[in-house]
Structure formats: structure tokens, C-alpha cells
Design a protein around this ligand. Sequence first.
Ligand SMILES: [Zn+2]
Ligand SMILES: [Zn+2]
Length: 304
Amino acid sequence: MAYKDFVPSQGHWLKGNLHAHSTVSDGDLAPEQVLEGYRARGYDFFSLTDHNIYARYHHEGLILIPGFELTCYLNGKRAHINFYQKGEQSLFHNGEEFDVADDEATRRFIERARQGYLIMLNHPDWSRLEYRDVEGYDCFFALEVLNYGTEYHDRVGENAYFWDAGLRNGKGWWGLATDDNHNGYTTSPGWPFDHFECDSFGGWVMVKASQRSHEAIIAALEAGHFYASGGPVIHDFFVEDGVVHVSCSPVQRIVFKGEEGNFVRRLGAGITEFTAPLRRNKRYVRVECIDEAGRTAYSNPIYL
Ligand SMILES: [Zn+2]
Ligand SMILES: [Zn+2]
């Protein structure tokens, strides 16, 4: 009986956004407004990742993961990577700013921080990166498979192609969905979260954590015990005796993806499950569930 589930059976499902900006860098809402907006919509955890600055926050009702977005250089190209603090211990002091000028400085920064921080490769398409630009880095625990802000505004936030390129080449990246919200509106002003230009609440992760705590969330992220979503819910996803199963909220398309082509799919109105034998998925299989509005949930790969 070979059985592999996508998350542990015990634990709490917690919802979070791990990429967001405020007036501390180039966002248009104060930190407290951002945090309260997400708390009020039922988020459990949050990371306010302003550009090139380490800042600590507290907000009643939200578990806050200290983090920041570093402007760096990968293979000579300007890029952005996010850092998430694993525990209480910080390498940086509150308000510390960063200035990383080239590839060499990027590598030094990563080497210094990687023990205490999870590091994510942000929006590779928005940064116009190619897979070869990041091939030489083994520091990323995940990439943004969906960066909602740049997808909604610029149509460059969906990175499943880049993710698959890494997975085929043995990178153990998990896939996160985030908002990368800046909450700046170029047309009429209005209530910041009730506006057609709003870049909040479109991409999140659902983490299965052993407890409602910073450390448990970090452990679940590191282990891949989560899925990414722009809408649909994945209730279960597992492989048993060479057969893949998924159950989810009502969607229109379910696609199993592996290392090679030959994808296996089910289409239908309001479908909530799909079961199919593995086909040519040598090392892993993952699933995407897409609703009628085109919103997608992405599982992490299950390694076979
Ligand atoms: Zn960025
Ligand atoms: Zn950002």
C-alpha cells in the first residue's frame, strides 16, 4: 500500500498572505490599515514585506511572520526575493535597511541569512528572469506560482511555467500564492479594499500547521504542507497505489501535471473530485483546480 497525502492528517488549516507592502516602502496604506484589512477578512497569518527594510509589527488577531523583500541581482539581473524569519531570533534590528548592489553582494547576503530565514524567489516573470538565471542557486524554498498584484495589473504574475522548469530540473521549490498588494489606485480614490483596482485578497496560501503559531507555520511552509490559491479550496490530494485523487470546491477544470507531458484532466460544470491513474509522472505529480472565473488552486508536488 503506497499512500502519500499532500498535508498531514492532523493540524489546523490557516490562511495567510506572505507578500505585502505599506507606506513603509512603496505601498499606499499604513501598516495598521493593511493588517486590519486582512484580519477583518479572516486571514490567520501575514507577512508585511516592505522593500529593503526589516520592520517588526504586532496586530491583535494575526500571527505576524517578520519578513522583507530584498532587491538583489541574480545572474546580473535585478530581481526580488523574500525573506521570512523562522523564529523569534532576528539577524537584523528593527528599521534596518538593505542595499545589495550586485551578484556577489546578493550571495553574501543569502549566505548570512539563510540559516534563520526561508527565502522565496518572487515573481520571476515580472522580473523577466529565465530559468538559467536561478539555476545556480539552491537557497529558495519556494517561488511565487501566483503573484496576484502583478497578475491582475500587468498579467505577469502566473509562474507555473517557471515552476515546472525548476521541478523538472530537480529544484525542490514549493509554490506560493501571494497578493504583493500595494493598494495604490490610479483612478478615483475610495475605500481602499472596495475598488476595482484593488490588488488585495486574490492570492493566498492555506497552510496545514500543527499549531496556531509562527514556528508551526514556518515548519509547515518548509515541509510543503500547504497549497496556493486564487479562489478554489483543495480539500484533499493524495496518491494511493498508483492512483491520484483530488477533492476540491466546485470547479470547471482539474488537471494533474507531472514531469512529462501527457496531462490528465477532467472538465465539467461544478466538478468537485477527480481520480486517475498516474501516467508518466516519474518523480512527482501536482494538481491545478480552475473555477469558471479562471481562478486557480495549485497543490504542491507529491514526490513519488
Ligand atoms: Zn517585487
Ligand atoms: Zn513586492
